[in-house]
Design a protein around this ligand. Structure first.
Ligand SMILES: Nc1ncnc2c1ncn2[C@@H]1O[C@H](COP(=O)(O)OP(=O)(O)OP(=O)(O)O)[C@@H](O)[C@H]1O
Length: 254
């Protein structure tokens, strides 16, 4: 089993944000989570990636119990994520932002940095190579030297993807990657996610844009009020009465 979640529950005071959710994230697939606002989608991501400890339930990654593990330890296992609002260093260049990603994987210490050891130089070289590689992959090479504050919203999103990819992840969590961008840009980002998936990286995706979900997802879980109300292929979800009632107020999923 790749990433197995059982009985996952999170309570914030009297509010149950995630309620006994069972889910298997499938390796090398696009696993999507949809649901109305406040359904518990981001909380579900936060629990898996160690940003919040769950109240109940268990998370196993390749057989290892990672329940309640702190986020930096989980990141070390190969988990990367992007956020609803991009977390970038706005006054740094796109290149420098992406350099941070691979640095998280290096072993150089402060001593290496002070004495400019060979290990440090070797690792810096590797970080640069990786940054250039992921900038090219995400279509950002031409913006490498631009200050991040001056690029478009869509380019910032690609930069956040590049940063996540520079950590060489095995699982990538994308929280509403297409929020705030136009339909053409959304299509471009959909293609990018497809290409990322085709490199063998497992994707977990939260998104409200249904066309994007239907194009990308191999498997969809629907949350409503913290509970899983359905799970299946895009086609199964599109035709699920309860999903249509709960999520779409009776309208068909476009
Ligand atoms: N840190 C927190 N403290 C208290 N309540 C929280 C916290 N984080 C989330 N919640 C609550 O948990 C519920 C689920 O929120 P969550 O953000 O997970 O939903 P969501 O499905 O991601 O929503 P959206 O689509 O609007 O992003 C909401 O009622 C929210 O107010």
């Amino acid at each position: 089993m790749f990433l197995e979640i059982t009985g996952l529950t999170k309570r914030f005071g009297g509010l149950t944000a995630v309620n006994h959710v069972d889910f298997s994230v499938e390796e090398n697939k696009v696993n999507a989570i949809i649901g109305p606002n406040g359904a518990g989608k981001s909380t579900f991501f936060n629990l898996i990636s160690g940003f919040h400890p769950p109240t109940e339930g268990q998370i196993f990654y390749r057989g290892l119990d990672i329940t309640g593990m702190p986020s930096h330890k989980i990141a070390d296992l190969g988990f990367a994520r992007t956020f609803q609002t991009t977390h970038l260093f706005e006054q740094s260049t796109v290149f420098d932002n992406v350099m941070v990603g691979h640095r998280l994987r290096t072993k150089s210490t402060l001593v290496d940095a002070v004495f400019r050891t060979r290990r440090l130089k070797r690792e810096e070289e590797k970080c640069k190579e990786k940054a250039l590689e992921v900038l090219e992959f995400t279509g950002l090479s031409h913006l490498a030297d631009r200050i991040t504050a001056n690029i478009s919203q869509e380019e910032k999103k690609r930069t956040a993807f590049a940063l996540a990819l520079a950590t060489d992840p095995s699982v990538l969590f994308l929280d509403e990657p297409a929020a705030g961008i136009n339909p053409d840009e959304t299509e471009g980002l959909t293609d990018l996610i497809k290409r990322i998936s085709s490199t063998g990286i497992t994707i977990c995706l939260i998104e409200h844009k249904m066309q994007m979900i239907m194009k990308l997802a191999d498997k969809i879980m629907v949350l409503n009020h913290g509970e899983k109300i359905a799970e299946g292929t895009p086609e199964e979800i599109q035709n699920n009465e309860e999903v249509i009632r709960a999520y779409l107020g009776g309208e068909a999923i476009a």
